[in-house]
Design a protein around this ligand. Sequence first.
Ligand SMILES: C[S@@+](CC[C@H](N)C(=O)[O-])C[C@H]1O[C@@H](n2cnc3c(N)ncnc32)[C@H](O)[C@@H]1O
Length: 233
Amino acid sequence: MNTNADPAELRKFSDLAHRWWDPASEFKPLHEINPLRLDWIDRKTALAGKTVLDVGCGGGILSEGMAGAGANVTGIDLSEKALGVARLHLFESGRKVDYQLCSAEDFAEAHPGAFDVVTCMELLEHVPNPASTIAACARLVKPGGHVFFSTLNRNPKSYLFAVIGAEYVLKLLPRGTHDYTKFIKPSELARYCRQSGLETQELIGMSYNPLTRVYSLGRDTDVNYLVHTIRER
Ligand SMILES: C[S@@+](CC[C@H](N)C(=O)[O-])C[C@H]1O[C@@H](n2cnc3c(N)ncnc32)[C@H](O)[C@@H]1O
């Protein structure tokens, strides 16, 4: 069993898991960004009919979205409670997702090269060794397949927006959701990807406008950003 997990992080998500599908809860930001990231991933991969793995799927907001787009989705996470909520929600939505309690590293041992698309969103800033998670995602995807990451940049602006702004001023997230020291610069993420045989195709920012309260994708990668990579053949 691979131990690239922080028990305190898993507890944080497990304690809140029952509110995962409440769009006004602590998970409101995930609900609001979901259509943007789903559409972006779908445009790059044409999800219908693809075999997709969602790493760190939590309550399944993105997993279900991708299943709704016609993909055959498996979701893995290390929070049993989050997976329980994800499984229950399938009864409500009528969608099909295979949820399993497993780390990316262990799943890669068992299923190397099994997926057309791997998504790993808002997870890397919660694990002790992001390079190991990235290497596992690279192992899980087929040669030529797509791997997507999203995380938080590390600089004074991201500290101000993602920690002080989101947790203390706007109260979009509970205090302590994010540990600034675990944020990852795009250059670091690109290096981990390269070391794992993933070629970066696109880096795109995601910004929140506190006045309009709307998220959008664009050039500003200072705070939240997403990366699209392809595994070398
Ligand atoms: C911020 S949530 C993101 C959920 C989902 N990826 C999304 O973007 O909608 C982070 C998730 O990562 C999970 N997690 C934390 N550490 C993990 C690890 N080492 N392996 C797998 N999942 C982990 C948590 O249980 C939680 O469900």
